[in-house]
Each structure stands twice: as structure tokens, then as C-alpha cells.
Design a binder for this molecule. Structure first.
Ligand SMILES: [Mn+2]
Length: 322
């Protein structure tokens, strides 16, 4: 049995769909950076891994599992656009590593498998790119020329909203992957349309609520425990807090989970979070303008104050350079 292991967001789901169109019959499994090594324990055969950051903490464990799969006669294609861990070398990696931070994973997956999938799969790459705010690359703009852009934005919007509404429903995500892999549009799927419209209506309510409830620490705005999409909460927190950085946070099992979004290219969230989160017994990282972090519940406010200081320092440092 071949495997496709992907992140559960829009970019991950679209990447998995493209990989599935190329490798029909593969088992689709969802994972995340800190669970990857454990999840790979069940995997075998030819394995494609999409949109899951290689975490420096679990690098050795992941490597061991990949080596086991290859030793059993399988192969590995690792496709991702998160920054690689410091000191990581592609030499000695047990498989093919396709990596850049400049494009989303859906774009990379489409380019990797383009000879094996129908040309129509290019629109799935575009949905994924929009989902990760990475539709402004050379390749995605080139692919968009073969489509009616406005219609494609509706399709991707439906898909993104439905995925946001679904939370951790992995069965629903798996259905989406096979649906997209068989070249059907989100608008033709009743389940996706219904979920997307309900989510859009909820979003309008949540947007207004965030406007009322947003709190600001210096240059960082946040909302806590809204029980709604943390990523979208972070974007609205930043907009209504009138700050360059926004956080959507949620208390879960004694820890605070955060989605963090920045509107400033001067701030590298991945870099800042990797530096600061471990000081609070937490972890963090992701992309420069969209990242996540987790700290123990009791340390959240200390973390916020310290994180803000770092954001302010970074803004100043980079402005002076001009
Ligand atoms: Mn991605």
C-alpha cells in the first residue's frame, strides 16, 4: 500500500489531491510536524509527504522512519515549503526532498507530478496557493492564465471556508482529497457548499465580535478562546487592533495554542517564534508572515509581553537599515 501524508489545511489537502491523482489508490493520512514521526510508523510502500514542516526536535525520529520505509523497498518524496531546520542537509536524506519557501506545497506538488496528472489539476494547485496566500508566484500566475480567474476564486473560497469549518474532521478532509483528485469542483459538492456558506455567515458574526473583543499589547493584537478558526481570528485581530501582528489563541489541555499572522514583511514570525517560544517551555514556527506557537497556559501573558518586545525591536532594527 502506498501512502500520502499531508497537513490538514487547504494547501495540504490540495497537495494530497494532486499526489493522489498521480498515485491512485494511495492511502491518505493527515499529520503535523510534531506527530509526523509517530504517524509514519504505520506507513510503508511509496510515500509522498506534503506540507509538513520538518521539526528540528523530531528530525532524527522522522529520519529513522523514512530509512525504515526505504529499507523495506519503498520510496520517499518529501514536498514542503516551510523553512528547513537549521543545519539540515539534503545529503543523506533518505528520499527526494522538494523544498523552497517561495511557493506553496500545492504548486510544488503539481510541478513534481505534472506529467502524471491531468492538466486540469493545475486549478487544484491554484486553490492551494490561494489557501496559503501564495498565489502571486510566477508559476501560479502562469497557470491562472488558462482559467477564468474570478470563477476559480469562488471555487477556492468555497473549499477554504469548508475546510475552516470542518476543524479536525479527518474523514471529511479525506473525502475532499478524493473529490478534488477526481477533478470535481467544490461547487458541485453539496457538503462543501453547505459548510462553506454556514462558515461565511459565522465569519461575519465573528468578525464583528473580534472588533469588540480584541486586546492589544503594544504592536501585537490578540483574541483568546473564541472557539473559532484561529488563523482567521489572527487576521481580524491584527486588522481591528491596528497592529502589524495578530494572534488567534485557544486554551487546550493546559496550553495556549496560537495562530499568528503578520502584515509586515519586516517581521519574520518563524525566526522570532523559534527564538522565543522555547524560553517559555513552548514551541513555535512556520512561515515568515503566518506561523503558530504553543506555550503553557500560565505563561501566555509573559510570552505576549516578551514577544511584543521582540516585534518592536525588529520593526525598529529593520527600519533603521534604510
Ligand atoms: Mn502550506
Amino acid at each position: 500500500m502506498d501512502w500520502i501524508v499531508a497537513h490538514g489545511d487547504t494547501d495540504g489537502i490540495c497537495s494530497a489531491a494532486i499526489a493522489l491523482a498521480a498515485r491512485k489508490g494511495s492511502k491518505v493520512f493527515f499529520s503535523h510536524p510534531s506527530g509526523l514521526a509517530e504517524d509514519l510508523k504505520q506507513a510503508e510502500g511509496n510515500v509522498v509527504i506534503c506540507d509538513i514542516a520538518l521539526s528540528s526536535t523530531f528530525l532524527q525520529e522522522v529520519n529513522d522512519e523514512l530509512e525504515r520505509i526505504v529499507a523495506g523497498g519503498g520510496s520517499i518524496v518529501y514536498i514542503d515549503h516551510h523553512p528547513l531546520p537549521r543545519g539540515f542537509s539534503k545529503k543523506g536524506f533518505p528520499g527526494k526532498m522538494v523544498s523552497t519557501t517561495q511557493s506553496c506545497t500545492s504548486e510544488l506538488t503539481y510541478l513534481e507530478f505534472r506529467d502524471l496528472v491531468p492538466a486540469d489539476m493545475s486549478r487544484v494547485a491554484i486553490y492551494g496557493a490561494i489557501g496559503d496566500y501564495m498565489d502571486n508566484t510566477y508559476e501560479i500566475r502562469r497557470l491562472l492564465r488558462n482559467w477564468e480567474k474570478r470563477s476559480l476564486y469562488l471555487e477556492s473560497g468555497l473549499l477554504i471556508q469548508a475546510i475552516d469549518a470542518g476543524g479536525r474532521d479527518y474523514e471529511a478532509k479525506r473525502r475532499m482529497v478524493s473529490f478534488l483528485a477526481s477533478n470535481r469542483t467544490p461547487s458541485s459538492d453539496e457538503e462543501i457548499v453547505e459548510k462553506a456558506i454556514a462558515e461565511a455567515i459565522a465569519e461575519e458574526e465573528m468578525r464583528k465580535r473580534i472588533k469588540e473583543e480584541v486586546k492589544v499589547v503594544g504592536r501585537v493584537a490578540y483574541v483568546l478562546d473564541l472557539k473559532w478558526s484561529m488563523g482567521k481570528s489572527a487576521v481580524y485581530a491584527r486588522a481591528y487592533g491596528n497592529t502589524p501582528v495578530g494572534i488567534g489563541a485557544e486554551t487546550r489541555k493546559g496550553r495556549i495554542d496560537m495562530s499568528i499572522r503578520s502584515s509586515s514583511e519586516q517581521i519574520d514570525l518563524n525566526e522570532l517564534l523559534q527564538e522565543i517560544a522555547p524560553k517559555y517551555n513552548g514551541s513555535g514556527g512556520g512561515h515568515s508572515m503566518a506561523a503558530g506557537a504553543r506555550v503553557p497556559e500560565g505563561k501566555f501573558f509573559e510570552f505576549l509581553v516578551d514577544f511584543n518586545a521582540l516585534v518592536e525591536e525588529n520593526e525598529k532594527k529593520r527600519t533603521v537599515e534604510y
